[in-house]
Structures are given as structure tokens and as C-alpha cells.
Design a protein around this ligand. Structure first.
Ligand code: SF4
Length: 376
């Protein structure tokens, strides 16, 4: 299989989007964010392309403005805001970086590396483009520019798959550097914030990046494509095809009767009313229990009926004692089941690689259908 890093990333965010894009080959209209990001990347390439004299800030701004595409924006206000943001990014970039000082080895560096799958005796190719590779005092720095609003935590950067894949690609070109991993910095430069987050990688992390890639490759080969609703859906050009969103577009509905629309509306309203009622019940309960304690009674009376207080006790077992009883009876193993709530609680503190491994250990137990409501 040949797959680009961006397709791999798409698969990890939403495998159905990957299918639309890479298997069904349905063209996705370019979003304004993507057009903006591409122009910022080209401007940075323009700034750093080796020349006798590095472009000054005014020349970089001129490049940005000449290549600006106003057509992708819905209105003038949005377009102006985005243009000003682009100008601010470039100004800030110049303030924090002197292009003449950087020692660039390669810009928009294309790669295609082989990843062998020994279990299936096959080889895959992952390709991509590294925004920038710099020579540093005692090593190298691999930089990827980001134009997203949200900045990740340092922990996420330390486990970022893209940086591991890029470093693997770099090492396939400079294999001797594999002995000096501590001298290679991998960085994500968040241009909207003017902040560069950097990290390094260990041999183990690089191997685990390959393992993640192989897992994705097998999932694709097995035809596993499920929608995954996340905030990224707002920028997805396949909403009209996606089962999670297509109903939003009236013209995409096969059945659009008053009866079914009324049922949907009523369901949403009843669910909302239940939530409001539950909140009110909790408030009233607190007030009444308080009153009963003050009054010293276990039941209260009104024209409407009687309310009685009951106490439900829940117990948990002392694990040590339970083990001492059950182990001699050879029954301890029977009660040791994976506690999925406890597992969910420890997941955030595990590394990305460990989380992925745990995720791949999941098997479908049972499937039940239910409806959840998000009221406007
Ligand atoms: S809209 Fe969201 S869930 Fe649907 S394909 Fe796009 S990213 Fe996936």
C-alpha cells in the first residue's frame, strides 16, 4: 500500500473521510482554512528560499497579498479578518526569526519511505512533505508549520505521530544520524500563536510510529471505515455524503414527511423536558430531605400524597480479603475482569502509543441502538 502521511492522519481522525477521499476518490472542495494555510506555507517558503538577499518583510507581505484568493470567503468581513491574520502571522514571524540566520538544509522536502510488515511479508510506502529541515549547531531540526487555532500540550507534541514519521523519513535519507537522535529536534511551529513546540524522539518511539502505521494499513485493508464526529467535521467537505451529517441538508433527504419531522422534534423536546425535570427533582429532593431532618420525620404528607425517605446503601469489596477467600477456592481468576471505567480513567495518563495499543485490543461485545439528543 502507498499512503501519504496526510491520508494516514485523515484515517486516524475519521476513517470514513479517508474512504471518501482516497478510495471513492470524491474531490473535496478546498476550505478557506486550507487555502489560507497553503498560502502561509508558500510565503514561508518564499521567505526562506536561498537567494543572494533574503526577502525583507515588505517583500514577504507583497508575496502574500499578490497570491491572496478572496473567492473562497463567504463575505467581505470574513475575508478581511483572515487577510489581517495572515499579515499578523508574517509580521510576527519576522519579529521572532531572522531569515538570514537560519541554516536551512531543505524546504518542502518530499519523502517516500518503506515500512516493512514482517508478519504479512509485505512492504508499504508512506510519503509526505516536510516543511523545513534546518542544520543546527550540533544536529538538525525538523519543522512543521501549523496554521490551526488550537495548540496541543507538550505531552501531545512528545508523542505526535507526524513528527515521528517525519523523523523516520529524515533518517532514511541520513541513516548515520540514527546514532545521534538526541541531537535531532522535531518541532511544530504554531504560526497563529508565534510559538514553536519542540521535542526529540527515542528509537522505541520511532518503532512504535511504524507499528501504528502498520495497524492503520491493516485496518484500511480490512475495509474498516466508520464516521467519527469531532470538531473537525466543521471543516469536512463530505458532510452531504456522511451519515452523521447528511440529514442536515434537506435536499439530501430521501424521506422528508411532516410526520417524521414532528416525531424528531417531539423526541428532542421530551428529552429536554426530562433533563429539566431531573434537575428540578434534585433541587426539590435536597430541600425536602433537609426539611425532614429538621422536622425529625421519615415521611412527609400533602394533599398530593406522601413522600418517604429511604436509604440505599452500596457496598464495595475489600479486594485483599476477597482474594484471600477466593484464591484457595481457585475462583479468584473468575472475578478478575477488565474494569472498563477504571481503564477509561487511566487512559489520559498513558502515552499515545499505549492508548493506541489498548484501542486495538478492543473487540465488539454487543451492539445496542439508542438515541442521544443535542438540543439547539
Ligand atoms: S463529516 Fe465528520 S464524520 Fe463525516 S466524514 Fe467528515 S469528518 Fe467524518
Amino acid at each position: 500500500m502507498r499512503i501519504s502521511y496526510s491520508a494516514l492522519d485523515t484515517y486516524q481522525n475519521c476513517s470514513l473521510k479517508y474512504k471518501f477521499q482516497n478510495i471513492d476518490k470524491i474531490k473535496e472542495p478546498k476550505s478557506k482554512e486550507a487555502v489560507f494555510g497553503t498560502l502561509i506555507h508558500s510565503t514561508l517558503k518564499f521567505i526562506h528560499t536561498p537567494a543572494l538577499l533574503q526577502p525583507k518583510l515588505e517583500e514577504a507581505l507583497d508575496f502574500f497579498s499578490k497570491n491572496w484568493n478572496a473567492d473562497v470567503f463567504e463575505n467581505e468581513m470574513e475575508e478581511r479578518a483572515s487577510f489581517s491574520q495572515g499579515v499578523a502571522i508574517i509580521q510576527d514571524y519576522y519579529k521572532k526569526n531572522n531569515p538570514a540566520d537560519s541554516n536551512i538544509v531543505d524546504l518542502e522536502s518530499r519523502f517516500a519511505i518503506e515500512i516493512a510488515d514482517p508478519q504479512k511479508n509485505t512492504t508499504h510506502i508512506v510519503s509526505g512533505i516536510i516543511d523545513r529541515i534546518d542544520k543546527t549547531e550540533d544536529g538538525y531540526e525538523i519543522i512543521d508549520y501549523k496554521t490551526t487555532k488550537k495548540m496541543p500540550s507538550q505531552e501531545k507534541v512528545d508523542n505526535d505521530l507526524q513528527l515521528s514519521v517525519y523523523l523516520n523519513a529524515f533518517l532514511s535519507r541520513y541513516p548515520k544520524e540514527a546514532e545521534r537522535l538526541d541531537k535531532i529536534t522535531v518541532s511544530l511551529y504554531y504560526l497563529k500563536h508565534g510559538v514553536k513546540l519542540s521535542s526529540t524522539r527515542t528509537k522505541e518511539q520511532l518503532q512504535s510510529a511504524n507499528k501504528i502505521f502498520l495497524d492503520v494499513a491493516s485496518a484500511i485493508e480490512e475495509g474498516k471505515f466508520e464516521p467519527n464526529v469531532t470538531p473537525l467535521c466543521d471543516w469536512c467537505g463530505y458532510q452531504k455524503l456522511c451519515p452523521m451529517w447528511k440529514h442536515k441538508f434537506k435536499e439530501e433527504r430521501k424521506i422528508d414527511t411532516e410526520e417524521v419531522n414532528a416525531a424528531i422534534e417531539e423526541y428532542i423536546n421530551i428529552k429536554a423536558a426530562i433533563t429539566t425535570t431531573k434537575t428540578r427533582i434534585a433541587e426539590l429532593q435536597e430541600k425536602i430531605i433537609d426539611y425532614m431532618q429538621q422536622e425529625g420525620v421519615d415521611r412527609v404528607f400533602s394533599e398530593e400524597g406522601i413522600i418517604a425517605e429511604s436509604i440505599r446503601k452500596t457496598y464495595k469489596y475489600d479486594e485483599k480479603k476477597l482474594r484471600e477467600i477466593l484464591e484457595p477456592l481457585d475462583k479468584w481468576e473468575d472475578v478478575l475482569k477488565v474494569d472498563s471505567i477504571a481503564l477509561k480513567n487511566i487512559l489520559p495518563v498513558l502515552s499515545l502509543a499505549a492508548r493506541k495499543e489498548i484501542d486495538s485490543a478492543k473487540v465488539l461485545d454487543k451492539e445496542t441502538r439508542s438515541l442521544t439528543v443535542k438540543k439547539k
